[in-house]
Design a binder for this molecule. Structure first.
Ligand SMILES: Cc1ncc(COP(=O)(O)O)c(C=O)c1O
Length: 298
């Protein structure tokens, strides 16, 4: 049989969209917004000191205040600046949190992942000393409503002791769980509300640190943004077990390398007031320009 070879479109004529990297095409990047905001910012007397000198380790107070207002509007629920710390985006923040809050060689026995998970996170875990035999995948429920908390509950019950309710904030976590509860990469699932609550309860019961990659929360176009797991944790007294790890990469520009984490103040202190932030100040001082962008466009 004679077959005709399919050659596809003429790649020289069709503009290609590269799906290998998750970044917008250049024409979508807000370059004039950045240019105008920077210009306006540097016209304000004293800006050079606030932007080009070392910044407070948690981030510029102006930025944190503006960020709290922005998030309160986006989430339709109050967000407080005391729960926030500026970061250079979700990827480096994940490594930083893991380095500070987990002990892969001793007390933190397992690195648990929503399965399937964002494929680039495994190396971040390996960077801080986790070994592949500590990796545990917990499947998602087939109907698209996120991580299967029943399977997680069974795994935790057989693998870890119950946490002492008096566990102190500074005590090591027995395991760390990574998940993308809202618009997960790659499955696009969104964790249902009852299972959000169940997941946070399990984390408290077994002393598990939950690292929520919430970079897609604000990209909710139908209905309202689901309540973040960290909001459930903020309601429960005792040890902090959830960090919301967020970024401007998906809502403004990935090259800005700017993001934030949200958690109980005790955890923010541990992550934000550490050796490297102490030495170099906040690793993401572009927040000042971000704040100006917000006041310029809103
Ligand atoms: C789930 C998820 N987390 C994190 C990132 C990277 O975020 P950042 O640019 O803030 O490091 C991506 C990028 O595609 C992602 O899909």
């Amino acid at each position: 049989m004679q077959t005709k070879k399919f050659t596809g479109p003429d790649v020289k004529k069709v503009p290609l969209v590269n799906f290998l990297t998750g970044q917008p095409s250049a024409d979508l990047l807000p370059s004039s917004l950045f240019a105008n905001a920077s210009k306006k910012l540097f016209e304000i007397p004293g800006t050079e000191d606030a932007v080009l000198n070392y910044a407070p380790s948690l981030g510029s107070p102006d930025f944190l205040k503006n960020l709290a207002n922005f998030l309160s509007e986006e989430y339709h629920t109050p967000v407080y600046k005391e729960h926030l710390c500026a970061t250079p985006g979700a990827s480096l923040a994940l490594e930083h949190i893991l380095a500070l809050l987990t002990r892969p060689q001793t007390s933190t026995k397992f690195a648990i992942f929503q399965d399937p998970t964002y494929h680039l996170v495994y190396d971040i875990y390996r960077n801080v000393g986790f070994k592949d035999d500590q990796f545990i995948g917990i499947p998602e429920v087939i109907d698209g409503s996120g991580l299967d908390t029943k399977v997680l509950g069974k795994f935790l019950a057989k693998s870890l002791p119950l946490a002492d309710p008096k566990t102190k904030d500074v005590e090591d976590y027995a395991a760390v769980l990574y998940c993308v509860p809202t618009h997960a990469n790659p499955s696009s699932s969104t964790l249902s509300s009852p299972r959000r609550k169940e997941l946070v309860d399990l984390a408290h019961r077994y002393n598990v640190l939950v690292l929520c990659d919430d970079v897609y929360d604000i990209l909710t176009y139908e209905g309202s943004t689901p309540r973040r797991l960290v909001a459930y944790d903020l309601d429960i007294p005792g040890k902090a077990v959830v960090v919301s790890n967020c970024s401007f990469s998906k809502i403004l520009a990935p090259g800005a390398r700017a993001g934030w984490i949200e958690a109980k103040p005790c955890l923010i202190e541990r992550v934000g007031v550490c050796g490297s932030f102490h030495s170099g100040g906040s690793p993401s001082n572009l927040g000042k320009v971000m704040s100006k962008i917000r006041t310029t466009i809103c």
